[in-house]
Design a protein around this ligand. Structure first.
Ligand code: F6R
Length: 268
């Protein structure tokens, strides 16, 4: 079952103070998280069918795990091929040994890349153990700039009240670019649980900026579970402002939110 809340894009001027158009994103609410996963996987597969050499921005985290699972199944069934894709990850911890199981590079290998025919030469993720941070940021942003436009950017949203996209934490501007960001306290509390002890968890990450994300032709934000409900409501119903970086997605004319019932519970 799917409920469609709003049609996209309906332009309006909301509270955003820079006089940019603010849109109403398409919001799709599914009864179950499995339906959310299938919708997201199908959208990715459709994009590849339309343009096999698409450029994607992809997330990590618990939200997209089963979406990757479905993509792997589609590949095994001969229903999808990833060989011509260019993939940019949204973010990566820094500093961290990339072989740490909690690194986003390890995540991508374990959940997706090791099981499909993606060309790893066309996979870009900030190097989590780069010795020169500024140089690594420049390298990743240069590669991203050269490959724009990204055809599809897939995002999750940060837990609780963080409203981060990528690791654009509260205070990130709509014109922010790829950079090092210190993790906000709430993010650190949740994410450090992935590490053997909080002392070994990295305190920051290299992330695509909000402006990098907004340059994608299409954006798909996936949110599941009640821990995302506050943030989704804030994102869609609150002001468009840096205290909720995810609200900047309303500056994009082609964004779809796919939610399960729990994540959508505060939306009327
Ligand atoms: C991860 C990323 C983050 C996550 C967000 C939600 O690459 O960019 O913004 O999407 O922290 O994480 P989960 O899905 O674990 O709740």
């Amino acid at each position: 079952m799917i409920t469609e809340l709003t049609q996209n894009p309906e332009e309006s001027r909301a509270s955003y103070d820079r006089d940019l158009p603010v849109y109403h994103p398409e919001v799709l609410i599914f009864d179950s998280s499995e339906e959310v996963d299938q919708f997201a996987a199908d959208l990715i597969i459709d994009q590849i069918a339309k343009k096999p050499n698409s450029v994607f921005t992809l997330p990590t985290g618990s939200t997209p795990k089963d979406v990757y699972g479905r993509l792997v199944e589609a590949y095994r069934a001969g229903a999808a091929s990833f060989s011509d894709l260019t993939i940019f990850n949204l973010d990566e911890y820094w500093p961290l040994d990339p072989s740490n199981p909690a690194s986003y590079a390890s995540y991508m290998h374990a959940n997706f890349l090791d099981h499909v025919n993606a060309n790893l030469e066309n996979w870009h993720i900030p190097q989590s153990d780069a010795s020169d941070l500024a140089q690594e940021v420049e390298k990743f942003s240069g590669e991203l700039a050269m490959s724009q436009p990204v055809n599809l950017a897939v995002l999750g949203i940060g837990p609780a009240t963080t409203c981060h996209i990528g690791f654009n934490e509260k205070g990130s501007a709509d014109d922010s670019r790829t950079r090092y960001v210190a993790l906000d306290e709430e993010t650190f509390a949740v994410n450090s649980a992935q590490f053997s002890s909080p002392e070994t968890a990295p305190k920051g990450a290299i992330t695509q900026g909000v402006a990098d994300i907004l340059e994608a032709r299409k954006i798909l934000l996936i949110a599941k579970g009640k821990s995302k409900a506050w943030g989704i409501n804030r994102t869609l119903k609150g002001s468009v402002s840096a205290d909720a970086p995810s609200s900047f997605l309303r500056l994009h004319p082609n964004t779809t939110f796919v939610l399960d019932k729990e994540a959508a519970q505060y939306l009327s």
